[in-house]
Design a protein around this ligand. Structure first.
Ligand code: ACO
Length: 370
């Protein structure tokens, strides 16, 4: 038995949800480029869960269900209020999502329809949790979701208390579409491993949030913004990047396990970053990002991934830096739950082996002789 480090190249399951073939990403066979330009996030959620694009009535029904299910249990709001203000936001999200299960009577119901209802609730409640936590820690009251509004509009509204501009809703919707699913990424795999024991959907999503938190995965978008802030100005980009690369420090937002010729999602985020920068009258973050890309690609051949330009996009939307990774979860929860439903459909326990590298034939030494 020989282990493959990081399971690179290992095909661990079949899935009909999303694919990366020759560097092209599709959701249910539809190119991400088309979905990014043409689809609402709710259409993508429907596509991921049910395997086809919704017709108008099906879409309206899903939008209505999402807004009807967005209200948080009072006990979870109390927990958010009791949480220290300066905690790690992903640790907070992980805790609040876990708490949702305690107030869901169907939490442990393994019926297919019950699981779909829980997927809807999770998708509806994650944006509400992130917005409520953000407001409560600023000493403000949480805002109830608007009935009938889509997730992009509702999230920005619940976060700021103001009607978002159409361009902000459009940009945020696109970011949600681009982050919704990504084959067997680390957090999705974590969710599938958890539910393959026939544990419940909340446990699967909590495992996924824990995996997404790390800077080698979803946490990279916050790390990119921290880097841009540290760099500070375009003149400092070159010495900063050269110093990091000479010292073998990874540049966040670059590289990918699967894409070696570039992440197809990055170009959409780059375009959005430029547009929003121009619109807000601050193109500094965008220009610094472009310069970083030139240097990292030139020196290391590494291309930006989905996290790189998301950082400047979210900053232009005036979203606090430590909400970037929770926002990733707001979108990826659709993919996680689609994979969890698929795993239940055709389940087998996921239990690989390890190549043992420890000592062998060791004698037991009684404690008095150690
Ligand atoms: N900056 C500098 N060097 C890098 C980077 C980077 N961002 N990424 C990879 N490398 C180098 C490594 O140092 C290593 O070099 P070496 O062979 O000289 O030691 C080589 O490229 C291979 O890197 P690995 O980390 O082994 O590649 P792996 O496939 O395991 O990692 C990963 C992929 C984790 C995404 C990596 O590229 C990385 O750490 N990137 C930065 C973090 C990041 O942006 N994560 C988000 C990924 S997208 C997402 O999850 C949503």
């Amino acid at each position: 038995m020989t282990a493959t480090k990081g399971l690179e190249g290992i095909v661990a399951t079949t899935s009909s949800i999303s694919s990366i073939i020759d560097g092209v990403l599709t959701y249910r066979g539809i190119n991400i480029d088309d979905l990014a330009e043409k689809a609402s996030y709710e259409e993508v959620v429907y596509l991921l869960w049910f395997g086809k694009l919704p017709n108008r009535a099906e879409l309206n029904d899903l939008i209505a269900k999402l807004s009807q299910n967005a209200a948080l249990p009072e006990q979870v709001l109390d927990l958010i209020r009791a949480t220290p203000k300066n905690v790690n936001t992903m640790a907070a999200l992980r805790t609040f999502v876990s708490a949702l299960a305690l107030y869901d009577e169907e939490a442990n119901d393994m019926d297919v329809d019950a699981n779909v209802r829980k997927a809807i609730r999770l998708q509806a409640q994650l944006p509400a949790i992130v917005a409520a936590f953000s407001r409560i820690r600023e000493g403000k009251e949480p805002i109830a979701p608007k009935e009938g509004a889509g997730i992009a509009e509702n999230f920005l509204y619940m976060l700021t208390g103001q009607e978002p501009e159409a361009i902000a809703v459009e940009a945020f919707n696109k970011a949600l579409v681009l982050h919704a699913d990504h084959e067997l990424n680390a957090s999705t795999f974590a969710s599938r491993v958890t539910v393959a024991t026939l544990s419940d959907i909340y446990s699967g999503v909590v495992s996924a949030i824990g995996a997404l938190k790390g800077p080698l995965h979803g946490g990279a978008n916050e790390a990119v913004m921290a880097m841009l802030e540290e760099v500070g100005s375009i003149d400092n980009v070159e010495p900063y990047i050269q110093d990091k690369l000479n010292n073998k420090v990874k540049i966040m937002g670059f590289g990918h396990r699967v894409y070696k010729n570039g992440d197809p999602r990055a170009k959409h985020l780059q375009k959005m970053s430029e547009q929003l920068g121009k619109l807000t009258g601050n193109t500094n973050w965008y220009e610094m990002s472009v310069k970083i890309e030139e240097l990292v690609t030139g020196m290391k051949g590494l291309k930006p991934n989905v996290d790189f330009y998301s950082a400047s996009v979210y900053t232009s939307l005036q979203i606090p830096r430590d909400l970037f990774t929770p926002i990733f979860a707001v979108s990826r929860v659709s993919g996680w739950t689609a994979h969890i439903l698929e795993q239940y459909e055709n389940n087998r326990l996921i239990r690989p082996r390890a190549e043992y590298t420890g000592p062998s034939h060791q004698a037991f030494v009684p404690i008095e002789q150690r």
